[in-house]
Design a protein around this ligand. Structure first.
Ligand code: KIV
Length: 293
């Protein structure tokens, strides 16, 4: 059956028709495949990879090669979903030539459909150059994790009128530069509403209220797939996979120690006499069949 692929044009139409866009992060083949099977519209190979998969305490150490490697795994799984990959820290702030080279690697080697960049007017030239080169760009304003040391912490943006004005200007600059959509992270609902109404491109919120044209969350947050217990206010966990995994592995450990695993049903036997197998022939065909060989 032919797969109907999500596109930037379809997402823009969804905004016009008031149909919310669903997006989730994924960093590998099985998670992308599950998201795809669940009917997600778009997948973000986010540089949150650094925090949730690679164990860093920020997104800053994530490299272009990391993003390409994980994007390749995700794009192998995504038939319908539109795959956007984060440009990592400082890979789009040098010359336009260097930015295009880096973006080209994400598209050609990772096979992403688009890239995402954090920032406002200061990255407008990079957004414009990529758009002109045929690469769709998603913007990202509000709490921009790559600037965490400048911002000074994971706090809500746009609480005062000065910040609000700056955010609106940033959003407009990114739209004007040619971005097809923009992520609004950890901003007040009032700002999200203002930006969503004033822009013709879709806004994708995370911690930005229900007024955005779409929502994005981190895969591991949705699933409760971590060993941390403190929930973030902006996140809704629809499962608690972390504790299920922990207790499943604990049970496995117990069964190995107690010699309950492997059981008879996981164990292979020779069906001729052992002496013949050791001295006379190879493994039996029926064992190979049962092992899936
Ligand atoms: O890297 C990421 O996961 C993101 C989302 C939080 C929007 O940028």
């Amino acid at each position: 059956m032919a797969v109907s692929r999500m596109t930037t044009a379809k997402m823009k139409k969804m905004k016009t028709e008031g149909i919310p866009i669903s997006m989730v992060t994924a960093y590998d083949y099985p998670s992308a495949r599950l998201a795809e099977e669940a009917g997600i519209d778009a997948i973000l190979v986010g540089d949150s990879l650094g925090n949730v998969v690679l164990g860093y305490d920020s997104t800053l150490p994530v490299t272009l090669d990391d993003m390409i490697y994980h994007t390749r795994a995700v794009t192998r799984a995504a038939q319908h979903a539109f795959v956007v990959t984060d440009m990592p820290f400082m890979t789009y702030h040098g010359s336009i030539d260097q930015t295009l080279t880096n973006v080209g690697r994400i598209m050609r080697e990772g096979l992403a459909k688009a890239v995402k960049m954090e920032g406002g007017r200061e990255i407008a030239a990079a957004v414009e150059a990529c758009t002109k080169a045929g690469v769709p760009v998603m913007g990202h304003i509000g709490l921009t994790p790559q600037s965490i040391h400048q911002i000074g912490g994971y706090r809500v943006q746009g609480k005062n009128s000065e910040q609000a004005r700056e955010l609106l200007e940033a959003a407009k600059a990114i739209e004007q530069a040619g971005a097809f959509a923009i992520v609004l992270e950890l901003v007040t609902e009032e700002i999200a509403e203002l930006v969503t109404k004033q822009l013709s491109i879709p806004t994708i919120g995370i911690g930005a209220g229900a007024v955005c044209d779409g929502q994005v969350l981190v895969f591991h947050d949705i699933l409760g797939y971590s060993s941390e217990d403190a929930p973030k206010k902006m996140v809704k966990s629809y499962a608690n996979i972390g504790s299920q995994i922990r207790s499943a592995i604990a049970q496995y450990v117990t069964e190995v120690k107690g010699r309950q695993f492997p059981g008879a049903e996981h164990t292979f036997h020779t069906d001729a006499d052992l002496g013949q197998h050791l001295y006379g022939g190879g493994s039996s065909d029926s064992d190979n069949e049962r092992a899936g060989n």
